[in-house]
Design a protein around this ligand. Sequence first.
Ligand code: NAD
Length: 738
Amino acid sequence: MSTYTNFKVETDADGIALVTWDMPDKSMNVFTVEVMDEIEAIIDQVVADSAVKGVVFTSGKSTFSGGADLTMLKGMFSMIEEERVKDPANATKKLFDAAGRMTWLWRKLETCGKPWVSAINGTCMGGALELSLACHGRVAANSNAVKIALPEVKVGIFPGAGGTQRVSRLTDAQSALQMMTTGQTLTASRAKAMGLVHQVAEPGELINAAKQMIKDGLKPVAPWDEKGFKVPGGGIWTPAAAQLWPAATAILRRETQGNYPGALAILKCVYEGLQVPFDTALRIEQRYFTEVLQTTEAFSMIRSLFVSMQELGKGARRPAGIPKTEFKKVGVVGAGFMGAGIAYVTAKAGIPVVLIDRDQEAADKGKAHSEGLVKAAVSKGRMTKEDAEALLALITPTPDYNQLADADLVVEAVFEDRNVKKAVTEAVEAVLPEGSIFASNTSTLPITGLAENSKRPEQFIGVHFFSPVDKMMLTEVILGEMTGDKAIAVALDYVAAIKKTPIVVNDTRGFYVNRCVFRYINEAYDMLIEGVPATMIENAAKMAGMPVGPLSLNDEVAVDLSYKIMKASIADLGPASVKPEHMALVEKMVDVLGRLGRKSKAGFYEYPDKPAKKFLWPGLKELYPQKAASDVDVNVLKQRLLATIALEAARTMEEDIVTDPREADVGSILGFGFAPYTGGTLSYIDGMGVKNFVALCEKLAAEYGDHFKPTPLLLDMAEKGETFYGRFNPYGDEAKAA
Ligand code: NAD
């Protein structure tokens, strides 16, 4: 038997070859060119070896595989772009061939004449599931570790290695479409119920069960290669399909607003593919895959949502040469809304937490938040009782600062009040060990100013969480003028430990995320004041790809918070910093109408008791003379909402607040859901071209105000034909910006 770098092949006395995928130096198996070459060699080897009766394919790691390493796709984009300059037609042909490599390799496996069984021991996603679907048998372990999905749509592409064709031939079209257009994750039993796996076996019995399938005479022929094969549900030309397909396109439109070419391609592949023989269907899929790979959406989403997210998660911005911190204890001061959540995510990461508040009762109340969360997780079967108890045991609620004497890091989350924060900083530093780091979770107060309260400002940093803390994946790490490298390293180690994605931002009012968010809300205020119907504002935002309309978002963060922030801006920066019309609107909402947002059950929306749903407050129509819907161009509303945010992101780059375009992009998607198909705020600009963006801004400025005027940086970039990823190349000057 040959030897392979990534696989072990062992044939037993029954002639069953066990192929174990176990990539050296990787925590998870992923597809690379080398892996695919080796799989091809293994197929050839087992076919040539008459002693081999069948193959069981499994993983030597705790997960099966997460699929393709999308960094490989990013490299492919660069290669194709170079080729396109020389020979455009050949570039597309090359991409088509590269896109089909996996497709035809899995088809070769499926038609090799010997039975293959995939033994799925853990997470099996993307290309790995597509490989499994090409196997003649599939057994999954009866374990929570088994997560089965085709999640490609989440990074702008779709299952392009036979996934759309095999899933739709194994299960009914509706379930197939739902699974692939949402990227939903299936348990082993759900996958079995859908017909995607044949058997679920106890983890210790997985390989035996897979081998038994071969011993029981598993045919080395896929169902669709058998004569007389019928698609589940009867295929496209049935009364049921006539009902399903119009609804499916409508639902997709509702969910994606036509913004995701990858999602639409899934419908096209299934609809067209089910009408033709299997090999033709695979070619249809390969063509759509090639087409989708060439879209700006796929390029930008893969870059931001896969490559950059991974790089930031691995600490791309961490200063070198400082040993990694293993957290023995973290302190959280302020056990309120945010502090309670911060304590929970810290304990969830296995780190002991001291949760401090003004008295025992307040501290206990903070811990009760974690008790509620674990109780819900246990009742939903997402956490065992033992894990829940272990998590809670890590949180010590107390008013006693002395318990911080051996903490590596303290996160302060007390009232947003300079004096309270000063007192807490002093109390903490009185007991905190010399080398430990103090982090403030302030959302509005500049870190440099707060660090003036500290005896060791180089160890003072901002770690800004978003609510709800247990759900939001982003954390902004804010550098004050004096913040030192050790503080940055410890903050990033902490963010990594609690499994969130960090962006490192220089100090400014509102930091990065909130600066962008308030632009979004302010644009909606402008629209309301102009008399644009509120429903149109909210719908335009959704159509532009935002998860939450700006008025709804304002209700969530609280209208009185906007009011407070406006007043603080005027106090610190002068009256010109806030539009008087915005102030008048918010003042009326808060002071006159008492409409503070969701928390007061009245804001821009009304919040009736459940199960009734929230609805826009009809009284908004009385506040400003209303325009007729036909006089409002919804496309312009969409442009305004996205452009105002993107412009603010560009300003933060110009002001050196954000210094790496990956952080602006990832921060915008994780922080406030900026239209993910764009790849984030700066990719939105790069995607349309800075020149076009500048032209758009000039048009909007002429009509809707100077806040749309393109900045000097943008004008300069437009003139030079630059992109953000070129000008602020995160990989250094020598590296080629993709
Ligand atoms: P909160 O009012 O819910 O909680 C503040 C807690 O601090 C209270 O439990 C209070 O008893 C405690 N506290 C006050 N003075 C104290 C003292 N001297 N010693 C110990 N504990 C003290 O407020 P919150 O919403 O959790 O906000 C806390 C911080 O987080 C603020 O700086 C806020 O700007 C920031 N923040 C809030 C959000 C949000 O969405 N609410 C988001 C990001 C950041």
